[in-house]
Design a protein around this ligand. Structure first.
Ligand code: 5AD
Ligand code: SF4
Length: 498
C-alpha cells in the first residue's frame, strides 16, 4: 500500500506501520533532562559530544526526542542546553498546526547561523530535521536548506547512528523518510533507567500511526499505518520506569485505544488487557492513556475503567464536532449520539470520570446549525477540559480541496463562542471538586517555600504545604480552593471516598 500526501513529494509505503495533545511552545529536551551535560553517559571510551534537541508538538514527539537521545548515547552524544554548545542539533517537528513548514524553515535559518559560527571556530555541527514535517516535506527541506545534514521521518529514528555515519562519510546530506518493514520499536535500545530517574510521571509510546484518515488530518500520511508495540517490550519498559521511581505512566499513541500488541501468549492484546498487566507492576500507581478515538472505545476498555483503580478517571476522547453531517464529512465513523452513549457507558462504569476533547470549528461545509449541534453536544456532555481549533487547510488532505470552505471571520466567531462555553465548563468542573478529598500524586516542589505540587486523579495541579519527602508519594488531600489553573489543598490522614 502506498500513501501519498497529494501536493507534496512524500510517497511512503506502509508495510510498517498519533492525535495527541499539542504544545504550542517549543520544548528543549536537553534543558529538561536531569542528565543534561551528565558525565556518565556514553561508553567510557567515547568522547562526549553535545546534543541539542528542540522538540515541537505532541507528547509523542517529546517521547521520540528522548528515544533519539538514547540511540545517540552510545556514539558519545549527551544533551546540552545551548545549541551553540552542540555538535549535533535535532529539530523534531510537528505538522499538525498551520504553516508548520514555514515555522521549520524560519527556525532552520536561526540554526544555520549557529552552525556557521561554530564552523568558523573549527567546530562542525550536524544539523538534523526529524518528525512529521521532515516526513511530509522530505527533499524539499534539503532544497530550501542545503545546510541541513540529515532529514529523517518518525519511523526511522533507530537508524540515526547509521545516518550520522553516512553524513560524515559522504560529507553531504542524508534523507530517510521510509516507512521501513522493520518496526522501529524492535530496534530502539532499551530505555535506560536513568532516563526517567527522578521523574514521578513518564510517557510511554505503545502505538503509532493511524488508519482512520479523517478528512482534515495529516497524521496518517506522516506517521503511517497503525502499529502496536509488543506487550513484553511495553511491560519491560514500564518496569524499568517503575524501578527508577516513576509512579504514573501515560501510554501514548495517535490512536492509543486501537492498541493491538502481540502478547506473551502469542495472542493479540487490546489496551484493556495491557492496562491490567501494567497495573500489577510494583510501584506503578497510576495509568493514563492518550489519544483515543471514539470508534476504538470498546466495552473491555470501558470495563477496565470500572475494574482497575490504577486507570485514572480522566479520558481525552476527541469528538471534533457535534453535527452528524460534519462528522460524516470528517470521516470520523461515528455519530454525535454514538459519542453521547459512549460517555454514558463510561460514566456508568466509572462515575467520577472526567472528559476532555478536541474540537474543530469551521470544517468545510459547517453551517450555523452544524455549529449549534456542536454546542449542544458540549452542553449535554460537560467537559472538564478541551482543546479547540479553527479548521485550517493541510495541503493534500481531503478537506483541503473540499467546496464550501468557511470564512475566517465566521471561524473566529464560532471559536470564541465555543471556547467561552468550554471555559465555563472547565471552571464548573474545577469548582465541583473543591471540598472533596482525593488522592494526589506528588511530583515536585511548588514555587513557594515549603509548598509541594502534585496531580489530582483528574490531572489538575494541586498545591499543598508539606515536606520534600512527599515527592513520588500518593497521599489523600482535601481540595480547599481553586485558582485559574490549579487547586490548593491540605494533606489529610485518611482518603474519604470521592
Ligand atoms: N485544522 C484544525 N485542527 C486540526 N487538528 C488536526 N488537524 C487539524 C486541522 N487541519 C486538531 C484535531 C486533532 C488535534 C490534535 O488537532 O482536533 O484532534
Ligand atoms: Fe488524525 Fe483522525 Fe487519525 Fe486522529 S483519528 S490521527 S484526527 S486521522
Amino acid at each position: 500500500m502506498v500513501r501519498r500526501l497529494a501536493g507534496t513529494s512524500a510517497t511512503v509505503t506502509t508495510d510498517l506501520l498519533p492525535p495527541l495533545t499539542h504544545n504550542a511552545d517549543a520544548r528543549t529536551y536537553g534543558s529538561e533532562s536531569p542528565q543534561a551535560g551528565g558525565a556518565e553517559i556514553g561508553p567510557a571510551h567515547a568522547p562526549t559530544r553535545g546534543l541539542h534537541m528542540i522538540t515541537w508538538g505532541c507528547q509523542m514527539n517529546v517521547y521520540d526526542s528522548a528515544r533519539m537521545t538514547d540511540v545517540l548515547r552510545p556514539l558519545g552524544y549527551a544533551p546540552v542546553e545551548s545549541a551553540s554548545d552542540a555538535d549535533m542539533i535535532i529539530l523534531n517537528t510537528c505538522h499538525i498546526r498551520d504553516r508548520a513548514a514555514e515555522k521549520v524553515f524560519s527556525e532552520l535559518g536561526r540554526l544555520r547561523l549557529i552552525k556557521e559560527e561554530r564552523k568558523a571556530d573549527g567546530r562542525p555541527t550536524v544539523l538534523a530535521v526529524a518528525g512529521c514535517v521532515a516526513q511530509a516535506e522530505g527533499e524539499q527541506i534539503l532544497k530550501r536548506a542545503p545546510y541541513v545534514d540529515i532529514v529523517l521521518g518518525p519511523q526511522t529514528y533507530h537508524r540515526l547512528p547509521e545516518m550520522v555515519a553516512r553524513a560524515a562519510r559522504a560529507g553531504g546530506s542524508v534523507i530517510d523518510t521510509d516507512f521501513p518493514a522493520e518496526q522501529k520499536f524492535d530496534f530502539l535500545p532499551e530505555v535506560a533507567a536513568p532516563q526517567t530517574q527522578g521523574n514521578v510521571t513518564a510517557f510511554l509510546t505503545v502505538q503509532e500511526g493511524c488508519d482512520k484518515f479523517c478528512s482534515f488530518c495529516v497524521v496518517p500520511y506522516t506517521r503511517g499505518a497503525e502499529a502496536s508495540r509488543a506487550v513484553a517490550s511495553v511491560l519491560a519498559e514500564a518496569r524499568r520506569m517503575a524501578e527508577s521511581g516513576v509512579r504514573e505512566i501515560t501510554l501514548l499513541g495517535q490512536n492509543v485505544n486501537a492498541y493491538h500488541g502481540e502478547g506473551p501468549d502469542g495472542r493479540i492484546w487490546g489496551l484493556a488487557r495491557l492496562a491490567e498487566a501494567l497495573s500489577s507492576i510494583p510501584g506503578l500507581a497510576r495509568i493514563r492513556y492518550t489519544t483515543s478515538h471514539p470508534r476504538d472505545m470498546g466495552d473491555d476498555l470501558i470495563a477496565a475503567h470500572r475494574d482497575l483503580p490504577a486507570l485514572m478517571p480522566f479520558l481525552h476522547l476527541p469528538v471534533q464536532s457535534g453535527s452528524d453531517t460534519i462528522l460524516k464529512a470528517m470521516n470520523r465513523g461515528h455519530t454525535a449520539d454514538e459519542y453521547r452513549s459512549l460517555v454514558e457507558k463510561l460514566r456508568t462504569a466509572r462515575p467520577d470520570i472526567a472528559l476532555s476533547s478536541d474540537f474543530i470549528v469551521g470544517h468545510p461545509g459547517e453551517t450555523d446549525e452544524d455549529f449549534e449541534a456542536t454546542m449542544a453536544l458540549i452542553r449535554d456532555v460537560g467537559f472538564a477540559q478541551a482543546y479547540s481549533f479553527k479548521y485550517s487547510i493541510r495541503p493534500g488532505t481531503p478537506a483541503a480541496g473540499a467546496p464550501r470552505q468557511i470564512a475566517e471571520a465566521v471561524k473566529d466567531d464560532r471559536l470564541q463562542a465555543l471556547q467561552a462555553l468550554l471555559r465555563e465548563q472547565q471552571d464548573a468542573f474545577n469548582a465541583s471538586v473543591v471540598g472533596l478529598t482525593a488522592p494526589v500524586l506528588f511530583t515536585g516542589r511548588g514555587r513557594k517555600p515549603g509548598q509541594m505540587v502534585g496531580r489530582s486523579p483528574w490531572l489538575q495541579p494541586v498545591h499543598v504545604d508539606g515536606p520534600d519527602t512527599l515527592i513520588g508519594v500518593e497521599r489523600p488531600v482535601r481540595l480547599d480552593a481553586r485558582f485559574s489553573n490549579s487547586l490548593a489543598g491540605t494533606l489529610v490522614k485518611e482518603c474519604a471516598p470521592t
